[in-house]
Design a binder for this molecule. Structure first.
Ligand SMILES: NC(=O)c1ccc[n+]([C@@H]2O[C@H](COP(=O)([O-])OP(=O)(O)OC[C@H]3O[C@@H](n4cnc5c(N)ncnc54)[C@H](O)[C@@H]3O)[C@@H](O)[C@H]2O)c1
Length: 345
């Protein structure tokens, strides 16, 4: 299959690109190369005859038409987005432009292309979204695919809007779409402004490790390579017009996640005193969702998918990867906003 992956130079998109090429798919990676991108993320496939790169912005409709016409993909996997909640609090405009208007452009470009090809039956538009569209849970319950949308940050609101557009393009125009809503990912190539890499890199450098609020916020952590595997499965086997929740079956409080990473650092890079001495509780993020949890029944029963990497194993692999790949993360620390406290509103 020839797959056009948007956002393939980012964290999850690059995992999809690497896995798809490894499985013999042709991949066209369309990415604007924003601050969050890194061409190094796909260097392992850059010389493959199965791989092509197109620097293009999903806000640019003409560029999307050109890429589709040039490469003639069988499917689109749409991951390009502004993805950092804290940045969405400081500057929501970019999130509306890329996540909402950009998705609209891509839907329209895909629809024109699909119509011009006489509606090929196998064509798929796979929209990759987040569990954050469902809002915040209390102590009990899980998000199912029918949980009402209740986004509470500019980021999650923009993703929710894009999900609605994708469903509307299916219902109104018949565009063959599938959607996925996934929980928090972690793993190699994670941009160093997100929680897991921040903890690892601050612990490594003896810097304070910021924990928002009381650290009691719960996330359902999924190893990024498991997510990429689930995404390719949904692309190939998911039912048209349907959405699938993807979770890690690993609910963990932020403070416990941070302590586990510190313990891993104690093991791999012992310091004079335990790394958890660096933990510093800081003012909470405004509107910080308390708990996310995924009910994974649909993807498990319909498609037979379950995550394969436990949180302990995934964190061990991730910490080792950051310790072994300073050349990857070191240049990213000087990018705008990295290492600063963003999103205090
Ligand atoms: N990270 C998570 O835990 C998580 C969980 C569930 C869903 N998601 C979703 O998965 C997708 C990928 O997330 P990520 O964490 O890899 O994000 P990321 O920020 O690491 O990567 C986003 C990529 O999109 C590109 N991009 C941004 N704006 C663009 C534009 N206008 N045109 C073209 N390319 C553009 C960037 O250059 C970057 O390479 C997003 O849609 C996100 O909402 C993420």
């Amino acid at each position: 299959m020839k797959i056009l992956v948007t956002g393939g130079a980012g964290f999850i998109g690059s995992a999809v690109v690497r896995l798809a090429v490894a499985r013999g798919h042709e991949v066209v990676n369309l990415d604007a190369l924003t601050y969050a991108a890194n061409p190094e993320n796909v260097v392992s496939v850059a010389d493959s005859p199965l791989y092509r790169f197109e620097q293009a912005d999903i806000r640019d409709r003409a560029a999307l038409d050109r890429v589709l016409e040039t490469h003639r993909p069988d499917a689109i996997m749409h991951l390009a987005a502004e993805s950092h909640v804290d940045r969405s609090i400081d500057g929501p405009g970019a999130f509306i432009e890329t996540n909402v208007t950009g998705t609209y452009n891509l839907l329209e470009a895909a629809r024109s292309w699909w119509l011009a090809q006489d509606r090929p039956e196998g064509f798929r538009f796979h929209h990759i979204s987040t569990d954050e569209v469902f809002g915040s849970l209390g102590e009990e319950g899980q998000f199912t695919e029918t949980t009402p949308y209740d986004p509470r940050s500019p980021y999650s609101a923009s993703k929710a809007a894009s999900d609605h557009l994708v469903r509307a393009w299916h219902e109104t125009y018949g565009l063959p779409v599938v959607l996925t809503n996934c929980s928090n990912n972690y793993g190699p190539f994670h941009f160093p402004e997100k929680l897991v890499p921040v903890v690892i890199l601050n612990a490594l450098r003896g810097l304070p490790i910021p924990v928002y609020g009381d650290g009691g916020n719960v996330r359902d952590w999924l190893y990024v390579e498991d997510h990429a595997d689930a995404l390719l499965l949904v692309l190939e086997k998911g039912r048209l017009g349907r959405s699938y929740n993807i979770g890690g079956e690993n609910e963990v409080k932020n403070i416990d996640l941070v302590r586990t990473i510190c313990a891993e650092m104690d093991r791999l890079r012992p310091d004079a005193a335990p790394h958890n001495r660096l933990i510093k509780f800081v003012t909470d993020r405004p509107g910080h969702d308390r708990r996310y949890a995924i009910d994974p029944i649909r993807i498990r029963t319909e498609l037979g998918w379950r995550p394969s990497v436990t949180i302990e194993e995934g964190l061990r692999r991730t910490v080792e990867w950051y310790l072994d790949n300073e050349n990857w993360w070191s240049p990213l620390l000087s990018r705008q906003g990295v290492g600063e406290r963003l999103g205090k509103a």
